[in-house]
Ligand binder design. Structure first.
Ligand SMILES: Cc1cc2nc3c(=O)[nH]c(=O)nc-3n(C[C@H](O)[C@H](O)[C@H](O)COP(=O)(O)O)c2cc1C
Length: 171
């Protein structure tokens, strides 16, 4: 089985979760972990299983405006940018992706800890777009949590590994 993990990440947390998921997927077969800017049609077409994740911004998926806010915040709060934080977001990526996809897929996000009614979650929108593009969803959207200082909360990396194992079990 070939798994492709596509991530969008500004501060590195979603990237870190993507790597945890990939670790588990490697035990099941071939894996590619790619930033959204590298997830070409060709890369996606080779996947049996596509796992897509991004950060939650303003209750949903990122936009050009929230990216600008995130970069400004990074400067103010001295946060490190992910090496792949080049400004291309999942919305733009989905806009360029064909709608006749056949792989199985699942969505995740990172977001602040708290009831989803207050935080929102990007994975819901990612999941909906995966469905609209023809992917067969094999689980509901999942969130992994960061603290107010934008660091992955202890235990979340391990929870991402367990979630990946459960999701890959369905394939
Ligand atoms: C501009 C901006 C808006 C955000 N809005 C939300 C939000 O509405 N809900 C939430 O839970 N987290 C929000 N966050 C926190 C992000 O979800 C968090 O920074 C992200 O999960 C970190 O992922 P990354 O390290 O991969 O960029 C926001 C962060 C930024 C920079």
């Amino acid at each position: 089985m070939k798994t492709v993990v596509v991530y969008e990440s500004v501060y590195g947390n979603t990237h870190q979760v993507a790597e945890c998921i990939a670790e588990v997927a490697r035990t099941k077969g071939e894996v590619m972990v790619v930033p959204v800017s590298g997830a070409t049609e060709e890369v996606v077409a080779g996947a049996d299983m596509l796992i897509v994740g991004g950060p939650t911004h303003v209750h949903g998926m990122t936009s050009a405006t929230t990216w600008r806010g995130a970069i400004a915040d990074a400067e103010k709060k001295h946060l490190q940018l992910d090496p792949d934080a080049v400004g291309m977001g999942l919305r733009e990526w989905f806009d360029g992706l064909g709608t006749q996809q056949h792989a199985r897929a699942v969505a995740f996000d990172t977001r602040f800890d708290g009831p989803v009614v207050f935080t929102g979650r990007a994975a819901k929108g990612i999941s909906r777009r995966l469905d609209e593009h023809g992917f067969a969803l094999c689980a509901g959207p999942e969130s992994f949590l960061v603290d107010k200082a934008n660091h992955l909360i202890a235990g979340e990396a391990e929870r991402a590994r367990r979630w990946a194992a459960d999701v890959l079990e369905t394939v």
